[in-house]
Design a protein. Structure first.
Length: 267
């Protein structure tokens, strides 16, 4: 690669980092660029993990600086994801491009439908005694307000194992799956969902890097360039998440899901 290739990767990595923290699917922007630069698909799948680790470590620091952290719950969820990650990473090099597109498009459309239905249910009007109705305000989702009590459910932790498998297998789009589990199954507001999400991904990505490195499928120099861009994007994304709040995150998420699904289905 020539010098401008690295500048391109750093710039696209920054955009991908912002999108990953706010919603997910940033790797869908980054991976095609890497393939266009003649990096094999399997190596792309491994190399991008270096950048993802840097992005999520930076995002963790950004959330912490703004006063948002719950490392005990985050670590518990991350440890649940680890076994699935190890298995998924071993299988990741066997996935063809066609099946990657099909699986990811189906997953994102499923998450989109789930989140729209879940949000509509949450916004259902409440009946007053005189028969009048008032809209729900979702006060707990606003920055600075007490979080909703997480729903401790065995299904949430079990699904985290499957999310770890998917993250190790493909990675691209895993943020959508984690948002669905944390927000809809475990009743965590979207701001704190993103807070937990970046911690979970950072932990299991360390294991995935070890496996891809063992298979010789990481370009370390390229990965470090991507890490610089995505780390900057992760910092910007975490600050936007705290500053703009739940409604902004939900809007970005919906737009990302629709656009990425259409793009995959047309490929």
């Amino acid at each position: 690669m020539v010098w401008w290739h690295y500048l391109l990767l750093a710039g696209v990595g920054c955009l991908a980092g912002i999108l990953n923290v706010l919603a997910g699917g940033g790797s869908l922007i980054l991976m095609p660029i890497m393939v266009f630069l003649n990096i094999p698909g399997a190596v792309t799948n491994g190399t991008v993990r270096i950048a993802i680790l840097g992005q999520n470590l930076t995002a963790i620091a950004g959330f912490k600086q703004k006063g948002f952290s719950d490392y005990r719950l985050s670590l518990t969820l991350a440890l649940c994801a680890l076994p699935g990650t190890v298995i998924g990473a071993f299988l990741g090099t066997k996935l063809s491009n066609a099946w990657f597109n099909r699986i990811l498009a189906i997953v994102m459309l499923g998450v989109l439908v789930t989140m729209i239905l879940g949000n509509r249910k949450k916004k259902m009007p409440e009946q007053k005694g005189d028969g009048a109705s008032t809209g729900s305000t979702d006060i707990e989702d606003l920055p600075g307000n007490p979080p909703a009590e997480p729903r401790v459910a065995f299904s949430g932790y079990l699904l985290m194992v499957l999310a770890g498998f998917y993250g190790g297998f493909i990675q691209a789009g895993v943020g959508f799956i984690l948002i669905a589990i944390l927000h809809n199954v475990m009743n965590i507001d979207l701001l704190r969902t993103n807070m937990h999400k970046v911690f979970i991904v950072a932990v299991y990505t360390i294991a995935a890097i070890g496996i891809f490195a063992w298979q010789g499928q990481i370009l370390w120099g390229t990965g470090l360039i991507l890490m610089l861009g995505m780390s900057l994007g992760g910092w910007i994304g975490s600050n936007l998440a705290v500053k703009k709040g739940d409604a902004f995150i939900r809007t970005v998420l919906y737009i990302a899901l629709v656009c990425m699904s259409i793009r995959l289905l047309l490929m």
